[in-house]
Write a protein that binds this ligand. Structure first.
Ligand SMILES: NC(=O)C1=CN([C@@H]2O[C@H](COP(=O)(O)OP(=O)(O)OC[C@H]3O[C@@H](n4cnc5c(N)ncnc54)[C@H](O)[C@@H]3O)[C@@H](O)[C@H]2O)C=CC1
Ligand SMILES: O=C(O)C(=O)Cc1ccc(O)cc1
Length: 283
């Protein structure tokens, strides 16, 4: 198993991963982040053992696993930097929310020693101060091997996640992006858009509608408090799948609007009943 784990991006996910491998696997960890404040806080909070804002410092740490936990828009730049300082055959994985093209791009840099990963665990919080060693417990982690992935590297990454009490599932990188474009990226886009609509309605009514949030409004929009940089990068990286899902959503909303406008009582019940049944099935 891994002993020396380097984490690039000492934020909420990187910090949680560091705490988890420290406490569960006894690893020593090294954090790299462009933000000196993240390194300082990470060390103060005991989230990382050591850290630096310089990629070059990773060379002396000699990691046996490197984990990318930066926003997906920074992957290419980070990969370039890592390529300069890492020995060949060091295993690399990531926690990014989009896979597809990025997995093949990472393989261009690191060959079969890159194993794409996506823990389906998280919250709207960002920043190292929210790190939680239990974040991955009983959560799904999707690994996205390709023909090129080294089988031993894949087994090691799978085993590591299982030791953190996560359930590992394999998926094709592009299928992953269709699935999470629908179930994760679309709901986040809709939550952000709902807040935009609420701002416009507040202006038009001259009433600050944000002063009257009910439970439903709070439940529905929690994820609109998520980090803008992270979500800009996800939306742009998974653009095609997301645009397709947004289009379907617009049509569903148009349909609902039509049923309300035309007072189609029976059809409205059917529409709501079907939606309710799907929701009940999830839990
Ligand atoms: N927040 C969540 O619930 C989940 C996030 N993810 C993925 O995990 C990754 C990290 O997300 P969070 O930890 O939530 O974000 P975060 O904002 O808490 O942390 C990201 C960290 O990366 C650093 N960073 C940015 N560019 C960098 C660069 N070029 N080099 C080095 N460090 C850099 C930032 O300074 C920051 O400390 C993202 O790819 C995201 O898509 C995956 C599952 C859940
Ligand atoms: O806050 C929530 O409920 C989330 O859905 C968190 C989340 C964000 C991004 C991911 O790729 C996975 C999980």
């Amino acid at each position: 198993m891994f002993k020396r784990v380097a984490i690039v991006g000492v934020g909420f996910m990187g910090g949680s991963f560091s705490l988890a491998v420290k406490s569960r696997l006894g690893c020593s960890t090294f954090g790299m982040d462009i933000n000196p404040e993240a390194i300082k806080r990470g060390k103060e909070l005991g989230v990382i053992d050591e850290g630096s804002t310089q990629m070059l410092a990773l060379r002396d740490f000699e990691p046996d696993l490197v984990v990318l936990a930066v926003p997906v828009g920074a992957f290419e730049q980070v990969a370039r930097g890592l390529k300069e300082v890492l020995d060949e055959k060091v295993l690399i994985t990531d926690l990014g929310s989009v896979k597809g093209r990025l997995v093949y791009m990472m393989e261009d840099f690191f060959g079969g020693y890159f194993v794409g990963g996506h823990p389906i665990a998280g919250t709207e919080k960002s920043g190292v101060q929210y790190s939680n060693p239990e974040l991955f417990k009983n959560k799904r982690v999707v690994l996205t091997p390709t023909q090129r992935t080294d089988r031993l590297a894949l087994q090691k990454v799978k085993f590591m996640w299982e030791r953190l009490d996560a359930f590992v599932e394999f998926m094709d990188p592009f299928v992953h992006d269709v699935v999470f474009g629908a179930v994760s990226h679309l709901p986040h886009a809709v939550a952000f858009a709902l807040m935009d609509a609420m701002e416009k309605l507040s202006k038009k009514t001259n009433i600050d509608l944000f002063l009257y949030p009910g439970g439903g409004f709070k439940d529905f929009t929690r994820i609109a408090a998520s980090d803008p940089v992270m979500w800009r990068d996800i939306f742009l990286e998974n653009r095609e799948n997301l645009l397709w899902a947004i289009e379907e959503f617009i049509q569903s909303l148009e349909k609902l609007k039509g049923l309300i406008e035309n007072e189609k009582k029976e059809e409205l019940i059917e529409y709501l009943q079907r939606a309710r049944e799907h929701r009940l099935r999830i839990d």
